[in-house]
Design a protein around this ligand. Structure first.
Ligand SMILES: Nc1ncnc2c1ncn2[C@@H]1O[C@H](COP(=O)(O)OP(=O)(O)OP(=O)(O)O)[C@@H](O)[C@H]1O
Ligand SMILES: Nc1nc2c(c(=O)[nH]1)N=C(CO)CN2
Length: 185
C-alpha cells in the first residue's frame, strides 16, 4: 500500500530555507519609580544580552508627563529602541516581561507607577491580535512619549496601519515631553 503524503503548509520560514526571518522591532521603555535612568540603562543592557536580539539604535531620553494612571503618578523617563531579532513574538514578550520583573516591576492597576515598562510597538510589518498581545501596540499612535523618541532614531518611520510617525507626532503634539541631555550607552 502506498502512503499518501500528508498535506503540509509551506510557510515563509520554510521558504527561506528554514532560517528564521529577521524582524525589525520597535520597543518603548518607560520608568517612573526608583532610579529611572538606571532602570532604563539596565533594561537596555538586558536586551543587549538577549540571544537573537541585536539592539541597533537607542533614542535620546525624554522626561514625560504621565498619561493616564493614578493621580499620584510621577513623570516618566522614556526611550525607544530599534532592534533586529529572529525571536518569535511570544518569546520576545516573555523576555520583555522577564526584564520588567528583574527590575522589580509589580503589576497592580493599569497605568500604575512602575520601575520599568517594556512595550512591543512593532514587529516587522506584522499585525498580531491574540489574548496576550496586540501588535502594533494599540495606543502607540496617540503617545508622544513613543512617537517623539522613535522619530529621533528613524526619521522615515512608519507605524503600520497608522502612517508616518512624523505625521502622527504632528497631530498629537509634543506637550509634556522634553528631550533630556542624558545619553544611555
Ligand atoms: N504590544 C504589547 N506590548 C506589551 N504588552 C502587550 C502588548 N499587547 C498586549 N500586551 C499585554 O498587555 C498586558 C499588560 O501590559 P502592561 O501591564 O505593561 O500594560 P500597561 O503598560 O499598564 O498599559 P499599556 O498597554 O497602555 O502600555 C501584558 O501582560 C501583555 O500581555
Ligand atoms: N508618560 C508616560 N505615560 C505613561 C507611560 C509611559 O511610559 N510614559 N506608560 C503607560 C503604560 O504603559 C501609561 N502612561
Amino acid at each position: 500500500m502506498t502512503e499518501t503524503p500528508s498535506p503540509h503548509v509551506i510557510d515563509a520560514d520554510t521558504l527561506s530555507g528554514g532560517l528564521k526571518p529577521i524582524r525589525q522591532l520597535i520597543l518603548s521603555l518607560g520608568s517612573n519609580l526608583g532610579d529611572r535612568e538606571a532602570n532604563l540603562q539596565g533594561a537596555v543592557d538586558a536586551l543587549r544580552d538577549t540571544p537573537d536580539v541585536v539592539v541597533v539604535e537607542v533614542s535620546p531620553v525624554y522626561e514625560t508627563q504621565p498619561v493616564g494612571g493614578p493621580e499620584e503618578s510621577g513623570p516618566y523617563l522614556n526611550i525607544v529602541l530599534l532592534a533586529d531579532t529572529t525571536l518569535n513574538v511570544d518569546l520576545l514578550l516573555e523576555r520583555a516581561q522577564a526584564i520588567e520583573q528583574a527590575f522589580g516591576r509589580e503589576r497592580s492597576v493599569p497605568g500604575a507607577p512602575r520601575t520599568l515598562d517594556v512595550d512591543l510597538i512593532t514587529y516587522g510589518q506584522k499585525t498580531i491580535e491574540t489574548e496576550e498581545l496586540t501588535i502594533p501596540h494599540p495606543r502607540a499612535h496617540e503617545r508622544a512619549f513613543v512617537l517623539a523618541p522613535w522619530l529621533d532614531i528613524e526619521r522615515d518611520a512608519v507605524l503600520p496601519g497608522h502612517g508616518p510617525v512624523s505625521e502622527l507626532l504632528a497631530k498629537v503634539g509634543t506637550d509634556g515631553v522634553t528631550k533630556l541631555d542624558i545619553e544611555l550607552q
